[in-house]
Design a protein around this ligand. Structure first.
Ligand code: CS2
Ligand code: MG
Length: 405
């Protein structure tokens, strides 16, 4: 069996997605997600210029060798563009292997460790009452775990709150430059505990609650937040500190028992090495689309298991249904799976372009037994929704200093 052609599709059925299609000489094809939010076309150029020419004629069953060829063989290891491109190719190869074997990908990984995949949704709001109302709607829909993000009074456009926008964090509208938001750490630290206190007063201790700091704090500030939130029993506090310097998490860890999660922007197992082997975190949030595909996610999960760390893959709306399906296969297998972020699949255009195998039921995702990843992609429909340049926002402190968004 040989790779005959590889096609890349860029579409915007609600937001931008980069889809990889590997076509083989016996007619079987595989699909992968290579979406890197805000930098989509850089990945497309990498795939088209530097990867596709090397893969034509190769045996698609050689997933491991192709992964090593693309990772070690380019000399310039790691990085979000390279690793997103490798991820898209890797997913498509696993899809092909599953289709040829007539087995869903989770079977190729070793079979199911669980029947259903626990997920957490997002409740956002402009104030505490609105956030808690949205939490109530998710509880009614069956969610057992919910991330709470609330606008900080006086700050214009806090992370995770919609701020009247119809899109998620950023406008999908050929916007010329990144939108700017204000940030103030002490206002945030004073406000967030009230949100969780009120959530517990209203909904009790049974619902699992989470919060994403989006890397806005220093280690000692994050330690203080973790400590203050302890009475509210979070499932985890996400991205409390940036992780280029992994030992920042050691400092947070020394001060709080609030469980810690990080990893959505990691590209490889190396980004998580010290965090895992020192047991500074509780959940590793690498994504199949950005950390090297199924081949790499499997290794990260096994390495994490040694250190009692569970997986909680990043599941934002900027990962396509192909990436979400790949997560569902991984999550079905991963013995040390924790929870999957999942906020549902947008509107009609998205479901018109991607036909996926996932069903949300009572706070969990269920996956069917279709061979491969189980997703189909409607190329004709995708053509109707063309790419729109879109940037994630940036943050500035009140004095104008650029901060982490
Ligand atoms: C977020 C993301 O889901 C999350 O936890 O941190 O939504 C993130 O901001 C976006 O995926 C960026 O593209
Ligand atoms: Mg996050």
């Amino acid at each position: 069996m040989k790779i005959k052609d590889i096609k890349i599709f860029v579409s915007n059925p609600g937001r931008n997605f980069v889809t990889v299609k590997i076509i083989t000489d016996n007619g079987v094809y595989g699909l992968g997600d290579a979406t890197l939010n805000g930098r989509e076309l850089a990945v497309v150029a990498y795939l088209e210029e530097h990867i596709i020419p090397c893969l034509i004629g190769k045996d698609p069953h050689q997933i491991e060798d192709i992964w090593q060829y693309l990772y070690k063989g380019c000399y310039w290891r790691r990085g979000p563009i390279t690793m997103t491109a490798i991820s898209g190719i890797d997913m498509a190869l696993w899809d092909i292997k599953g289709k040829v074997a007539n087995l869903p990908v989770y079977q190729l990984l070793g079979g199911k460790s669980r029947e259903k995949i626990k997920v957490y949704g997002h409740a956002n709001g402009q104030n505490i009452d609105e956030t808690l109302d949205n939490l109530g709607h998710l509880v009614d829909e069956g969610y057992k775990a919910v991330r709470l993000q609330c606008a900080i009074p006086g700050l214009d456009g806090t992370y995770g709150t919609l701020d009247g926008k119809k899109d998620y964090y950023e406008l999908q509208s050929n916007r010329p430059l990144p939108p700017e938001q204000l940030w103030d750490t002490s206002e945030y630290l004073n406000f967030i505990p009230q949100l969780f206190q009120k959530a517990r007063e209203k909904y009790g201790m049974d619902i699992e609650l989470l919060h994403d700091v989006h890397s806005r704090l220093t280690p000692i500030e994050a330690a203080r937040l973790g400590k203050t939130l302890e009475p509210y029993n979070l499932l985890f506090l996400e991205d409390c500190v940036t992780a280029e310097n992994q030992s920042g998490y050691q400092q947070v860890r020394q001060h709080t028992t609030t469980p810690l999660a990080v990893g959505e922007i990691f590209n490889t197992i190396w980004d998580a090495k010290e965090l895992l082997e020192n047991q500074w975190i509780d959940y590793i949030r690498t994504a199949v689309t950005h950390a090297g595909g199924i081949t790499a996610m499997r290794r990260i999960a096994d390495f994490a298991a040694i250190y009692h760390v569970r997986t909680a893959p990043h599941g934002p709306p900027d990962i396509s249904p192909i990436g979400h399906a790949a997560h569902a296969h991984l999550n079905s297998w991963t013995p040390n799976f924790g929870i999957q972020e999942f906020i549902g699949f947008g509107g009609a255009p998205l479901n018109e372009v991607f036909k996926h195998p996932l069903v949300f039921e009572n706070g969990h995702l269920l996956i069917n037994d279709k061979p491969g990843l189980g997703v189909d992609f409607d190329e004709k429909a995708a053509k109707k929704y063309s790419y729109k340049k879109s940037y994630l926002p940036i943050s500035r402190l009140r004095d104008g200093t650029l901060w982490n968004w």
